[in-house]
Design a protein around this ligand. Structure first.
Ligand code: NAD
Length: 331
């Protein structure tokens, strides 16, 4: 605290900027950077991010929060920029698809301009969705993807692809130091209960003893990475040599079907829920699994948290949140 003003001091150490800093991954990343001694500015328009996430960090020295939309230019001093701003779950990014595309594009351009002005290194949270409905398996970074340009998911998939293009153009034209990570399904505490992602959906339904919904017959595969592993990857990629730009796959290569995931959650929660099936959403990929040999060799990184251990942490967190919110509605 500053004795004169009574306000929290924002120090003068190494500065990092995290856009999307009030979201699921952004909050975990801010927490880690603060622990590593960084002064962290979290920027978020709170589209899906929450003030609860901000409140959890607000009192930590070196943290500050700015409510700002990345489609507008911003001026923040930082030597490392992590661009995570973009709603990540289909229910949210399809609510306002034009905004999603603009967040991907205008957001990337504004942050790249800021990186140039600060001579900063900038990380782009890209996604496995750039591979679309993949024809090769597992997906290697050299695979160019099979993505619909016109479907309901295109605002996100194509937005993220264009953002990658912008990153590489800034790198070629202006020498901007870029790091592009293609993130595969990541889960953990602080995911939103209502955003329709498969892990949070199934856990919440199981804890409430409600029917657990699987898209299609549940034979589609995913590979789930625990959030601590992913945060470690985002931190490590920034320490790679300047000529390492990516794109690099960041995810867990152990692939399971969604039906198998549901069975594990049923066992870990001891729920009375039964599984029900519903129609597959349009353009929902049937297989998804990263080839992470590049991340292994260039960043010396691979996930270390076993699925059951990560699920137990996530279940415990949702259990606490649900009991608190159910208590609150009774008060
Ligand atoms: P999230 O929805 O929890 O977080 C995204 C954050 O961005 C939210 O806090 C939201 O309010 C903010 N945001 C959205 N539009 C914005 C705008 N115009 N200006 C400022 N802030 C804005 O999602 P997440 O899971 O934390 O994902 C973070 C990033 O990682 C996203 O870019 C997402 O595309 C990418 N990603 C995540 C996953 C995953 O499995 N979680 C997988 C692939 C890629």
């Amino acid at each position: 605290m500053d004795a004169a003003t009574g306000k929290k001091r924002f120090g003068t150490g190494r500065r990092a900027l995290v856009t999307g800093g009030a979201g699921f991954l952004g909050t975990h990343l801010c927490q880690r950077l603060l622990r590593d001694g960084w002064q962290v500015t979290a920027v978020d328009n709170l589209a899906t991010g929450s003030m609860d996430n901000v409140a959890a960090l607000r009192d930590q020295p070196g943290y500050r929060f700015m409510r700002h939309d990345v489609t507008e230019p911003l001026n923040v001093a930082a030597e490392r920029i992590f661009n995570l701003a973009c709603c990540a779950s289909p229910v949210h990014y399809q609510e306002d698809p034009i905004k999603t595309m603009r967040t991907c594009l205008d957001g990337a351009a504004n942050l790249l301009d800021l990186a140039r002005a600060n001579n900063a290194t900038i990380f782009q949270a890209s996604t496995s969705e750039v591979y679309g409905e993949p024809e090769v398996h597992p997906q290697h970074e050299s695979y160019r993807g099979a993505v619909s340009t016109t479907g309901p998911r295109a605002c996100y998939d194509e937005g993220k692809r264009c953002a990658e293009t912008l990153f590489f153009d800034y790198h070629r034209l202006h020498g901007t130091r870029i790091k592009v990570g293609r993130i595969f399904n990541t889960y953990g505490p602080r995911m939103q209960a209502s955003d329709g992602r498969v892990v949070s959906n199934l856990i919440v339904q199981a804890l409430r003893n409600e029917p657990m919904t699987l898209n299609g017959d549940g034979s589609q595969t995913r590979s789930f990475c625990y959030v601590d592993d992913l945060v470690e990857a985002m931190v490590r990629i920034m320490d790679t040599p300047d000529d390492f730009t990516g794109p690099v796959n960041l995810g867990n290569p152990s692939e399971i079907t969604v039906a198998e995931l549901a069975e594990i959650i049923i066992r870990l929660t001891g729920t009375r829920s039964k599984i029900v099936h519903r129609k597959m959403p349009v353009d929902d990929p049937t297989r998804r699994c990263p080839d992470i040999s590049l991340a292994r060799s260039a960043m010396d990184w691979q996930p270390v948290v076993p699925l059951e251990e990560g699920l137990q942490q996530t279940i415990a967190w949702f259990d606490r949140c649900l009991s608190e919110s159910e208590l609150a509605t009774r008060e």
